[in-house]
Design a protein around this ligand. Structure first.
Ligand SMILES: C[S@@+](CC[C@H](N)C(=O)[O-])C[C@H]1O[C@@H](n2cnc3c(N)ncnc32)[C@H](O)[C@@H]1O
Length: 275
């Protein structure tokens, strides 16, 4: 099987598992609405290793595109340095966070294209960034090629070294009695890039501790959503019963015991196809 086909298979079986558990409940129209605020961050913050490293790839005169920009956590600090930034972001709630944050921070060189990358009609730029988007993309080859065709100088892709939800995979076994099927992440991306004959560099960033939960109640609500539990179901009751024993508390933050911190990887390359 080709690496691009393996990637598609992983995404499809993971989505099928989610659909099965969701049952008759339709998927939300804006999946990101409950999480959008978590992707808001001060664009002028210091001490963010990933932002600092991304900025090394961007010049003051560069035009930049952030594909799947979310709330602008990474794109807005870049906009402060570069000539202009186009944020391609299909989610209404994420685009709203990004626009609000740009306004609050007095950043005026940002425009938003509210489309899926596959459908977006855009002009090429110098640097294309795509952070934490690829995990759920079925046609990974086409998606990556479009990133490449729209970048004159550099493509910057950020993915974790393990699937983004892998810190809660242990709970799947406890609650649903089955393994969570994993989404692709860095190891599979490497195989795809090799297959596409793209020469890339990987810079592993420091491990990121899980964001954690402020209260036990918040942990129950958020994990119930991520585990597709309906109120009052036997699985929801089981989660509520076992969760206190599965969490540790450190300085008022609750985290899942023994969960491995994720490491973001910055994968970069210089396109060989000029736009
Ligand atoms: C995990 S968030 C990452 C946001 C931001 N890049 C960051 O790292 O903070 C993933 C984002 O990708 C966007 N997204 C998902 N599929 C997309 C697609 N096909 N084209 C463009 N953006 C997409 C989602 O709407 C969401 O805002």
């Amino acid at each position: 099987m080709l690496a691009t086909e393996r990637w598609r298979h992983m995404v499809e079986v993971e989505h099928a598992q989610s659909d099965e558990l969701r049952g008759a409940v339709p998927p939300p129209t804006d999946h990101w609405r409950p999480y959008a605020d978590q992707f808001r961050a001060d664009p002028r913050r210091s001490g963010d290793d990933l932002v600092d490293h991304l900025l090394e790839f961007v010049g003051r005169d560069d035009t930049v595109m952030d594909v799947g920009a979310g709330g602008g956590r990474l794109g807005l600090p870049i906009a402060l340095k570069c000539r202009s930034l186009v944020a391609v972001e299909p989610s209404e709630s994420m685009a709203a966070v990004l626009t609000e944050q740009a306004q609050e921070s007095g950043i005026e060189n940002v425009s938003v294209v509210q489309e899926q990358w596959q459908d977006a009609v855009v002009d090429p730029v110098d640097v294309v960034l795509c952070a934490h988007v690829l995990y759920t993309i079925r046609d990974i080859g086409e998606f990556l090629k479009k990133l490449e065709y729209n970048a004159r100088k550099t493509v910057l892709v950020v993915v974790h070294d393990a699937p983004p939800q892998s810190q809660i995979y242990a709970l799947w076994k406890e609650v649903h009695g089955k393994e969570r099927l994993a989404l692709p992440s860095l190891p599979q991306l490497r195989e795809v890039l090799d297959e596409l004959e793209i020469s890339y560099q990987v810079d592993l960033m420091p491990p990121q501790p899980a964001r954690g939960f402020d209260t036990l109640e918040q942990a129950t609500t958020q994990l119930s959503r991520r585990l597709y539990l309906t109120d009052g179901s036997p699985e929801a009751v089981r989660l509520e019963r076992i969760l206190p024993g599965l969490l540790t508390e450190d300085e008022g933050v609750f985290r899942i015991k023994d969960s491995q911190p994720l490491r973001p990887a910055l994968v970069s390359w210089h396109p060989t196809h000029a736009p």
